[in-house]
Design a protein around this ligand. Sequence first.
Ligand code: URA
Length: 426
Amino acid sequence: MIPATLIAKKRDAKPLLDEEIRFLVEGYCRGEVADYQMSALAMAICIQKMNQREIATLTDAMVHSGTCLPRCTDRPRVDKHSTGGLGDKVSLILAPLLATLDVDVPMISGRGLGLTGGTLDKLESIHGFQTEMSIEQSSELLKQVGCFMIGANEKIAPADQKLYSLRDVTGSVESVALITASILSKKIAATLDALVLDVKVGSGAFMKTMDDATELANSIIDVGKLSDLPVTVILSDMSQPLGLGVGNAIEVNESVEVLRGEGPREVRDLTIELCADVLVKVNRFENRDSAIAALVDQLDSGAAYERFEQMVSAQGGRLEFPLSLAQSHSVIAPHEGWVESVNCELIGKTIVEMKGGRSRKGDKIDHTVGMEMHLRVGDEVKVGDRIATLYCPPQQLADRLERLTNIISITEKPPQRPPLIVMRVS
Ligand code: URA
């Protein structure tokens, strides 16, 4: 049990000592600190923040709650992580794509968090896909395929596994300290040579403003430095979902399209940008232009899709694409004009309500529900146009289609389209 004075200390904005932080993380992993106490502490951290020393110690304690993946090939080891956003399926494309270019990608990902989806939930839409693996199995996969995608587990960053699912359902996601420690604990445990981070900024992200996104980027770069992990950061737009599909199976389908050289342009472009940064960082290519040319080639030739297929079957998945979705229903535009903004919160909430995400710890996910957007900010819209297609079992439809006409706001003049990449920090 945590002495209540320790939670009160953080609540009163006093920094925790290193030994107090380690005691909390170790106690939580051993089951001696209860979920309700940890959730009170997580909320105190969200409100009162942590200084850089506290964040570094929290990250280190979370790494040491488990073990680190041993080296098993002589290829450079890289990865990307996103702070989470609607429709963000980049990881599914990026890991196999990078692996085709002779780097290893041991991707330790997360589940859905708050209103945003998670890579592991998406992958589990594929029948039989295993997101749990022993250290020995993961090393074997790196040797054979060059990439894998698993979750934090009892061996690798177990503290993140426990804390992540608690934060998901207790409104304690949006904290620079907790996001930094969560992301870096998984990445340091994977023994990476370089990490590229995609910090999402906008209404569909945890970081809604540039100031918050920059603070998170700097926090991760600084704590990465202390752990000898070079991190480059791209701040990318999340004022609307990335690509068209939002949900689990629907995002796997869209990822497969991009892996086959098709799919929405912005998903392909962002994936290539993130890959190029990390390939240059480990000297796999001399500059971004040569890296980009090679990446385009791997997507268009089908090599990246082939590697994805290898990874899916090596992790027990059965490849039957496209994955099936719940019944489709059209959301129709009530008047004409131009799309000024997208209500990401309403999209995220709708997916969670339809059981595409969790509102309680351990909730079972319905992978078939989701939404496909047909309009983006800056598009012209006419009365009767389809704004989106909702994939939803009929018994859950109720008045959803009517409510969802509010997922876009319509203006009379064409607004500016937001840039995909907002800023680079390194
Ligand atoms: N991704 C993570 O792994 N953890 C967070 O807290 C947020 C995004």
